[in-house]
Design a protein around this ligand. Structure first.
Ligand SMILES: Cc1cc2nc3c(=O)[nH]c(=O)nc-3n(C[C@H](O)[C@H](O)[C@H](O)COP(=O)(O)OP(=O)(O)OC[C@H]3O[C@@H](n4cnc5c(N)ncnc54)[C@H](O)[C@@H]3O)c2cc1C
Ligand SMILES: *[C@@H]1O[C@H](CO)[C@@H](O)[C@H](O)[C@H]1NC(C)=O
Ligand SMILES: *[C@@H]1O[C@H](CO)[C@@H](O)[C@H](O)[C@H]1NC(C)=O
Ligand SMILES: *[C@@H]1O[C@H](CO)[C@@H](O)[C@H](O)[C@H]1NC(C)=O
Length: 121
């Protein structure tokens, strides 16, 4: 079978797990999010579990920095049919920060570093 070069590129660049659509990656990238996904060179590190007994494979890992960005990611996930899960330290014994199963969208909180405090006078 002959594949068009662009299709070969797509397959090579997104050698995705079954059920991971390229749409969700482009939907998130299109909104300016830094993402990691199966096939990307940074995915092995980004998806590494703390406990290697539970090595689930997320569909996409995202790194929002604001509440609004979290909201946008949840909306894209819902529109594209994915479960979302937050990851903080990533030390859950059963890898719940990776979704506790394959194919979730992980919202990694590592760059969610701004804080605001309202003081009552
Ligand atoms: C070897 C080992 C020993 C442990 N010993 C103990 C122990 O003695 N006592 C104990 O209590 N626990 C223990 N744990 C469990 C671990 O400490 C807890 O699961 C802890 O809550 C992990 O925190 P985390 O920030 O790494 O969470 P993550 O692994 O990132 O996430 C854990 C869960 O919290 C959710 N979550 C994370 N961040 C957010 C957020 N911002 N908003 C909403 N939901 C969020 C995730 O979606 C996930 O379901 C142990 C784990 C391991 C691997
Ligand atoms: C991971 O690699 C992909 C492909 O090179 C890149 O687009 C993306 O920005 C990287 N993600 C992170 C979190 O560095
Ligand atoms: C999750 O995906 C990995 C990689 O494709 C696979 O080896 C593993 O069996 C899957 N786990 C489950 C529970 O489906
Ligand atoms: C997290 O923030 C730092 C500092 O702004 C930035 O250099 C880094 O690329 C961000 N990481 C991700 C995964 O977006």
């Amino acid at each position: 079978m002959l594949l068009a070069p662009s299709l070969i590129f797509l397959l090579a660049s997104h050698s995705l797990l079954p059920g991971v659509s390229a749409d969700v990656i482009s939907d998130l990238s299109g909104k300016g999010f830094t993402v990691s996904y199966p096939g990307a060179s940074n995915y092995t590190t980004a998806s590494q579990p703390f406990n290697f007994r539970y090595a689930y494979k997320p569909a996409v890992i995202t790194y929002p920095t604001t509440i609004d960005q979290v909201s946008q990611i949840v909306k894209v996930a819902k529109a594209d049919g994915y479960n979302v899960v937050a990851r903080s330290g990533g030390h859950s014994y059963v890898a719940n920060g990776l979704g506790g199963k394959n194919g979730s969208i992980v919202i990694d909180m590592q760059n969610f570093t701004r804080r605001a405090m309202q003081c009552q006078m």
